[in-house]
Design a protein around this ligand. Sequence first.
Ligand SMILES: Cc1ncc(C[n+]2csc(CCOP(=O)(O)OP(=O)(O)O)c2C)c(N)n1
Ligand SMILES: [Mg+2]
Length: 533
Amino acid sequence: MTGARRLVDALAAGGVRQLFTLSGNQILSVYDATIGRDIQLIHTRHEAAAVHMADAWGRLTDTPGVALVTAGPGMLNAISALYGARMADSPMVLMAGASPRGQRGKGAFQEVDQVAVARPVVKAAWSIEDPARAGDDLARALGVATSGRPGPVYLSLPGDVLETDAGDPGAPSPSPAAPPALTERDALAIVALLAEAKRPLILTGPALGRGPRWAAVQRLATTVGAPALPIESPRGVNDPWLRGATRLLTEADVVVLLGKPLDYSLRFGQAFARGARVIALDAEVSSSAPGITLAAAADLVPATERLAAVAATRTWPASAWRDEVERARRAMPPDWDALRRQDSGPIHPLRVCAALAPHVEAGALLVTDGGEFGQWVQAGLEPRERIINGLSGSIGSALPMAIGARRAQPSRPVIAAMGDGTFGFHAFELDTALRHRLPIVVVIGNDARWNAEHTLQIRTYGAERTVGCELLPTRYDQLAAALGAHGEFVQRADELEPALARALAAGRPACVNVLIDGQPAPTFGGAGTRGHA
Ligand SMILES: Cc1ncc(C[n+]2csc(CCOP(=O)(O)OP(=O)(O)O)c2C)c(N)n1
Ligand SMILES: [Mg+2]
């Protein structure tokens, strides 16, 4: 049995039902091995898109999405997207073909040290060196991707390893060591600090902000009377979705960081009041990090559950603080009402939000990206569930992520909202969506510029020194239609609702191209960071 066959066996055994992929010489043996198996090849138009799709799959299902790309340039195309998955704690595996072992260092076709290139942006990276162990390596990669704080794993697949007949694999490798359990001493010390707090606050990293992990966080938060907020926006504590809660973060006296490094997004601690005590709990933490009162390394979900259980043995005084923060987070500024309803003149981004609201409140999944329009969509909507570009601060992922999401949840409407600049990164994935019958709806806020950068230029250099950030009011709807998708062009606010309804009912991928009035992103006056995406 070849390494490629062992790999595909292990994918099937691991429950992987599709590979988000872009073909190349070095991986055709894996394609061949999928014939007759329950593993579909979702063939994309760019390797980064394949990784974004696997990333969305990982975030939504909490099981690893798997991408497969070719060697050298193919693999290098995927790197930026891998960083996005890393910063979003997304469980996924990227596999890439690689030059044969015997030609290493000799200038093989498309030879580059792919493991070294991937290493800074993944949880783990290695090359499968023994065809007999290809399945075992893959199983280990799936395990590492989901364990502890989830994240992407990279595997190189040397061509000869894939094509060589493999013997007996021998004993399987031990599964990855789980992070340690929270010690009783740490649990008691953390709960004691929380009990002293008047305004405790829990902030989570992206993984703890999703699915079953978030439920564990909520149990702790409810018990101790602390508001809990996920920090997942590149704008950090200035995440427009936090709305008025941003202003209240500086009032917290004890802050618990769950799987959330004290990084740029928290202004390295400056986002909190001087004297606030910061507790950091993560799969790996350094106890000597500046600004941290107490650090504990522990497996996050069991540790959070243990904290909730220890806390439940005490009585916690009633406090209005938690509700106050949650109310401030939900409340939209009163002067937005008129903008949401305005049917005359240029279309404000909030008017687009008003048209999207019934759909995302009814359960459509919202995928949003960066840029100013992306911030408006995040600020102006309260969807049941959403995926955003994330702490990587990268733009361009929303369209392919919507495709990965639709594949994960085939009967759920998926709406991807993004700026016109952002749309250009992966517009051709509409073709992928069409071929694979994944009818996503793309809504473009078209202001004919890279408005986030245009706005920064005005703010930093002055209104007379804007340069280089113009685009055209392009008919992206016609581009979509040329690819076979459904296209809608919206120039007046009252056209929005019917256009969206037609797009959602089209039964094929759709693009709603909305000419909007480019506006600077909303701010809520916190002391946070201002990211650039
Ligand atoms: C991969 C990547 N390239 C560049 C940027 C910098 N960047 C952030 S927002 C933005 C402009 C986005 O323009 P558009 O999608 O049209 O949204 P708008 O701000 O106009 O609403 C740019 C260039 C980035 N964050 N990520
Ligand atoms: Mg724009």
